[in-house]
Write a protein that binds this ligand. Structure first.
Ligand code: NAD
Ligand code: LMR
Length: 338
């Protein structure tokens, strides 16, 4: 008798061939770190995305279990699992989008920068694989500290001769998701109606919500501005402390990553007007990387928007953010150049 695995691969092949012959359009997406706290719910959410035709789940542990589980969902995407470094190249070959939530999370009392020593090496290895096997893929980088891991990825791609700044996107969507939620709470609105730009980076004071640009237009008292800015900047720490040693945000992050990946895929498909915040190579400030609104298109981040008018509170916050960001970016760059 053929094994379950052989039977499934057979039918997967038939489905993939059917798509190639003009079935439903779709993109090939890999999740690196798919068995983790973020990776598992993110696998589930991307398996539900109709724009995904093939979903590759890679991890150094437990990838077969997560793959077997998610593959039983009766949605369109064909799911394949890859376990350990020897299977990294097969996981990456042919991918249109690679989402990276691999790496260790914070415990109470740690900063995101405390994760640098472990996560920098993980991100380097994974990005070397991307440069070799799918150099044209869009990369969504979630692993912390994002303010340093994005510069690390850029340096790896430069070294390999494959760097295209438009295709490397640091995921800061969770800051926007939190900002929308907390601002909606204060305004008494449905969070789905609220849009808060969050710029800068993804750690503490580098997370800069632009409350003067909230849509729908509104105004806040000084107390509300301070409360909201602090809550948005410390949203990650709020979850780390509530989880009390069991990790950091995973479910809200998987939601945010799925939302951001979907925006990237709609951009790749050619949809017009897809705009999200992301930490990218940028000329918006004097720093080489900065998070701001970007327009996503067929080639990635096709346009990077200026910050727009800032009030005095935001201008002060911007200076603080830039000071810290500069060091984090430099730390990432030197990790590869040293
Ligand atoms: P986790 O420990 O639950 O999962 C991480 C997974 O990565 C594990 O399954 C692990 O086996 C895997 N992994 C480790 N080394 C790997 C390698 N070399 N190749 C492939 N996979 C590897 O952690 P988590 O809660 O899912 O968080 C993952 C990362 O995401 C952390 O660095 C965390 O700080 C970060 N994070 C970022 C944001 C953001 O907004 N950008 C939000 C939340 C968490
Ligand atoms: C977050 O913002 O939730 C993540 O960056 C995880 C963390 O360490 O706070």
């Amino acid at each position: 008798h053929p094994s379950n695995f052989q039977m499934e691969e057979g039918s997967n092949l038939r489905r993939a061939n059917c798509r190639a012959k003009g079935g439903a359009p779709g993109f090939k997406v890999a999740i690196l770190g798919a068995a983790g706290g973020i990776g598992q719910p993110l696998s589930l959410l991307l398996k539900m995305n109709p724009l995904v035709s093939v979903l590759h789940l890679y991890d150094v542990v437990n990838a077969p279990g997560v793959t077997a589980d998610v593959s039983h969902m009766d949605t369109g995407a064909v799911v394949r699992g890859f376990l350990g470094q020897p299977q990294l190249e097969s996981a990456l070959t042919g991918m249109d989008l690679v989402v990276i939530p691999a790496g260790v999370p914070r415990k109470p009392g740690m900063t995101r920068d405390d994760l640098f020593n472990i996560n920098a090496g993980i991100v380097r290895t994974l990005c070397e694989g991307i440069a070799k096997c799918c150099p044209n893929a869009i990369v969504n980088l979630i692993s912390n500290p994002v303010n340093s891991t994005v510069p690390i990825a850029a340096e790896v791609f430069k070294k390999a001769g494959t760097y295209d700044p438009k295709r490397l996107l640091g995921v800061t969507m969770l800051d926007v998701v939190r900002a929308n939620t907390f601002v909606a709470e204060v305004l008494g609105l449905d969070p789905r109606e609220v849009d808060v730009p969050v710029v800068g980076g993804h750690a503490g004071v580098t997370i800069l919500p632009l409350l003067s640009q909230v849509k729908p237009p509104c105004s806040f008292t000084t107390e509300e501005t301070e409360y909201l800015t602090n809550r948005i900047q410390n949203g990650g720490t709020e979850v780390v402390e509530a989880k009390a040693g069991a990790g950091s945000a995973t479910l809200s992050m998987a939601y945010a990553a799925a939302k951001f990946a979907d925006a990237c895929l709609r951009g790749l498909r050619g949809d017009a007007g897809i705009v999200e915040c992301s930490f990218v190579a940028s000329q918006v400030t004097e720093l080489p990387f900065f998070a701001s609104k970007v327009r996503l298109g067929r080639t990635g981040a096709e346009e990077i928007y200026q910050l727009g008018p800032l009030n005095e509170y935001e201008r002060f916050g911007l200076e603080k953010a830039k000071k810290e960001l500069e060091g984090s970016i430099q730390k990432g760059v030197s990790f590869i150049r040293k």
